[in-house]
Write a protein that binds this ligand. Structure first.
Ligand SMILES: [Zn+2]
Length: 102
């Protein structure tokens, strides 16, 4: 049984819980694949995303909740966050290239 189908957890919408870095990392990966800067196979893409996300500080957000002080738009537009995500992806992809699973 899936853990989220197990009562009492089945009452809650955990899809609202999102990793803030995921969108930034996936945008960077999409750009790299489009520019042919990385291997576009499933193994390399998922390995790079996992390594990059694991190396970034944990940041979760509850979709639909209101927080005037740190709305998600501000997180995504913060150039420091964008740079951190880019560096994490570059470092992750370098590791993947050294030991690709494809
Ligand atoms: Zn590959």
């Amino acid at each position: 049984m899936e853990i989220l189908e197990r009562p009492p957890l089945d009452r809650y919408d955990f899809s609202r819980l999102v990793n803030m870095w995921e969108q930034l990392v996936l945008e960077i990966i999409a750009d790299m694949i489009e520019k042919h800067e990385m291997c576009d196979c499933q193994d390399c893409v998922l390995d790079t995303v996992a390594l990059a996300l694991n190396s970034l500080p944990t940041r979760y957000w509850i979709l639909g909740s209101f927080d005037a002080f740190s709305p998600p738009e501000r997180f995504y537009q913060d150039s420091m966050n964008v740079r951190m995500a880019e560096e994490a992806v570059m470092k992750a992809y370098r590791l993947v290239q050294e030991n690709p699973h494809h």
